[in-house]
Ligand binder design. Structure first.
Ligand SMILES: NC(=O)c1ccc[n+]([C@@H]2O[C@H](COP(=O)([O-])OP(=O)(O)OC[C@H]3O[C@@H](n4cnc5c(N)ncnc54)[C@H](O)[C@@H]3O)[C@@H](O)[C@H]2O)c1
Ligand SMILES: [Zn+2]
Ligand SMILES: [Zn+2]
Length: 361
């Protein structure tokens, strides 16, 4: 049986997204059909609409989602109908060179559903990050479903599926923030604020949030920033140095994805410190740094793909911390909205009015 559900697609580059009827097949081997309960609106969905990620239109958008497994393929044993799951875009293969070396969070051959979801006329859809969850139902690889405690609210839990995990992981996994560290986070959207929250969870002593928007800085404070810097009203590198005894922060997390903010991160870090790039740049961007400074300042320049997370390890643990009251993930949910309003949510995101808008079903 094929399921027919309304879902949000980007039909062509730059055009507003629209709600269309999507045909979702029954799960085959290795696949799961999930009834979506909530799906966050991420900057990456907007990148897809603008053609910044690829040219495989039409795209089926939405990828920060939680829901309930409705059916699974014959051979699927890890999840079963009725399980409450957060969807992930890192269903590790176990076979690639990263997995074989015991580093599955770098897996180079992650699984997605094999069957395509389509429009009513049979046009195959490209699912955003191999998910496609702005719809009542979606088809994914079973490994993309991570079981978590069903006591968590879906609109909160789903956010772990992308941006919030990327930010938490940039601090906890990639940046390896430790107790007593000083941390600066440049760009305080959902990803940056999650990095702030991750740094706090790790016991950082000083957490400096940098943004160009005072409203964002206020939210960053609520997420655990000890100091805030508006980089429109002064040089953020100077301010971060002043706030860290003149030295710079131990870990600086760039959550914008631009050369100028990367450069700020590079120079705002103490000698032998760590820079983590979690913001995603566009193909035209270039970086110009004196190679002597790259050498002379030492330390580590790292990129963080999806917060170097391992969903099966990290999602249940983070949801349990949330339910224990130690990780206030509900702060990321600025509003909930119906499926028809994804385009409006992009506008709010661009105007900086929200951390996350979440579509609920
Ligand atoms: N690495 C990953 O796996 C991963 C996963 C999800 C998202 N991302 C990326 O992370 C980035 C942030 O995502 P988001 O959802 O938080 O986006 P967002 O648009 O909500 O937040 C971006 C923030 O940066 C601020 N900003 C813009 N220019 C700035 C500047 N010059 N200096 C300081 N702050 C500035 C904005 O005011 C805003 O608060 C995006 O590039 C997104 O694609 C990466
Ligand atoms: Zn692998
Ligand atoms: Zn995302």
């Amino acid at each position: 049986m094929t399921h027919s559900v309304p879902g949000v697609i980007a039909r062509e580059k730059g055009a507003p997204v629209e709600v269309a009827t999507i045909l979702v097949p029954e799960p085959g081997p290795g696949e799961a059909l999930v009834r979506i309960q909530a799906c966050g609106v991420c900057h990456t969905d907007l990148h897809y609409r603008e053609g910044g990620i690829g040219d495989d239109f039409p795209y089926f958008l939405g990828h920060e989602a939680a829901g309930v497994v409705e059916a699974v393929g014959d051979d699927v044993t890890d999840v079963a109908p009725g399980d409450f799951v957060v969807l992930n875009w890192r269903a590790v293969c176990g076979q690639c060179r990263a997995c074989r070396r015991g580093r599955p969070w770098y897996c180079f051959s992650t699984h997605n559903a094999k069957q395509k979801m389509t429009l009513e006329d049979g046009t195959p859809l490209s699912a955003a990050l191999g998910i496609g969850a702005f719809a009542g139902k979606t088809l994914v690889a079973a490994g993309q479903c991570t079981k978590v405690n069903p006591a968590a609210r879906p609109e909160v839990a789903g956010l772990l599926g992308c941006g919030v995990m990327a930010g938490l992981g940039a601090a906890l996994n990639t940046g390896q923030v430790g107790r007593g560290d000083s941390v600066a986070v440049i760009g305080c959207g959902g990803v940056g604020d999650a990095a702030v929250m991750g740094a706090r969870l790790a016991g950082a002593a000083r957490i400096i949030a940098v943004d160009v928007d005072d409203r964002k800085l206020e939210w960053a404070r609520q997420c655990g920033a000890t100091d805030v810097v508006n980089s429109r009203s002064g040089d953020p590198v100077e301010r971060i140095r002043e706030l860290t005894g003149g030295f710079g922060a131990d870990v600086v997390i760039e959550a914008v994805g631009r050369p100028e903010t990367y450069q700020q991160a590079f120079y705002a870090r103490d000698l032998a410190g760590t820079v983590v790039l979690v913001g995603v740049p566009t193909p035209d961007m270039r970086l110009d740094l004196p190679l002597l400074d790259v050498f002379g300042r030492g330390g580590a320049l790292k990129s963080s793909w999806y917060g170097d997370c391992l969903p099966s390890r990290d999602f249940p643990m983070l949801i349990d911390l949330h339910l224990d009251g130690r990780l206030p993930l509900e702060r990321f949910v600025s509003e909930t909205l119906p499926l028809d309003d994804v385009e409006k949510a992009f506008g709010k995101m661009e105007r900086g009015e929200v951390l996350r808008s979440v579509v609920v079903f």
